[in-house]
Design a protein around this ligand. Sequence first.
Ligand SMILES: Cc1cc2nc3c(=O)[nH]c(=O)nc-3n(C[C@H](O)[C@H](O)[C@H](O)COP(=O)(O)OP(=O)(O)OC[C@H]3O[C@@H](n4cnc5c(N)ncnc54)[C@H](O)[C@@H]3O)c2cc1C
Length: 420
Amino acid sequence: MNIVIVGAGIGGLTLALMLERVGLAKDLRVYEAARELKPLGVGINMQPHAVQELDYLGLVPALRATSVEAKEFAFFTARGQHVYSEPCGLYAGYGVPHFSVHRGDLQQVLFDAVCERLGENAVVCGHRCAGVEQDADGSDVRFVDPAGLTLPTVRGDIVIAADGIHSAVRKQLYPNEGRPLFHGINMWRGVTRHPPFLTGASVTRIGGLNTTGKIVVYPVRNDVDGAGNQLINWNTEVVTDVASEVDWNGAGRLEDFMPIFEHWRYDWLDVAQLIRDTEFILSFPMVDRDPVDRYAFGRVALMGDAAHPMYPRGGNGGAQAIIDARAISDALLALPPVAALAEYDRIRVPFVSEIVRQNRTAPPDIIIDTVERLTGGARFENIADVIDPAELARMSLAYKQLVRSDLESVGTADAVKGSS
Ligand SMILES: Cc1cc2nc3c(=O)[nH]c(=O)nc-3n(C[C@H](O)[C@H](O)[C@H](O)COP(=O)(O)OP(=O)(O)OC[C@H]3O[C@@H](n4cnc5c(N)ncnc54)[C@H](O)[C@@H]3O)c2cc1C
């Protein structure tokens, strides 16, 4: 089967590896718009429901070498008061780790594996998809080069569009959709060299949107300078009417958000200094799109952000792209091409649509929002006086169950050993 993948991001590269794993990649190419793959972005969390798929691809050792194996989720108020913690990954008994990783490192691990397993020519850069047509036997993909000049059309038995939030294929399939949806939250992000804080592998969420702003902070690389410093990822969310460009590489300005975080200096982390010491500032609006009712259209299907762009909360933007890849590969192994894509659509659309909706209203951050609402942002003596900690654990579990990243869905260390 001749397979064309559009986009060499997290989803497209994972799909190539999945198809190679099941012997369906003999005639496969990934076409990428960028002239070359560069380590772009900042941090991304790979939780066990995604890592189990990367483990299926044998990528855990490579990921371990380049990322931080997270030990806990920890939630704090904007005053730096501890609200709730729970272990994660292997520390919570899962059969696979939770990796906090730089997106560029994750993409590089995937790209290296594609080059090694499918050959250096499997990823073709400098090919921006300009549209796709299909007939009863196959599908033609039109491309332009970085200067906008037309390149030869490529024909495949099927085409999978993994071309991200600005997907050209989605635009063609949903021509009236317009721009990604902005609901009044902007993000400023960066990475800072900094000594380890808390456990040295804590994924922290600080502050609530309804009272202040919030920030997510976690390390993504260990010992970046031989002196034990880590590369710490930070990502703020601020309520504002002013949206940045929807450009993952868009630069941000300190003065546009720093006043909110200037006094966030705790005995366990000086957030203000962490931001001031950053290597660069990126700005990106919190955008998504309303869920659609189809990802598959005959011989053409959408996956990842092209199919279901979502708020980057709860670590599911990347995870669901990876899980899409597994679903497409499993279906293609079992069924003829068109039926397989229809099956992928049937399994994934309702499930992922619910995550898109939930990420707008009730991501894991709801734990802090709830506490900040109950206290009005004031200090408390004891969290148990504010809310029953079991209720906070229940909120955390509810999100994990929805996205199937809970222990029962993914499997414990014993279960993984038992199945191998
Ligand atoms: C440069 C960049 C930086 C990012 N930084 C972060 C981050 O710091 N944190 C985070 O959580 N998420 C980040 N993301 C988004 C994150 O990678 C995705 O939300 C998630 O991993 C889903 O992956 P995806 O493969 O669907 O999309 P992406 O990983 O976005 O990959 C899409 C790929 O398609 C390519 N492409 C786009 N249009 C075309 C076209 N017409 N023809 C061919 N190729 C095309 C893009 O260049 C890209 O390589 C970033 C994405 C990009 C592209």
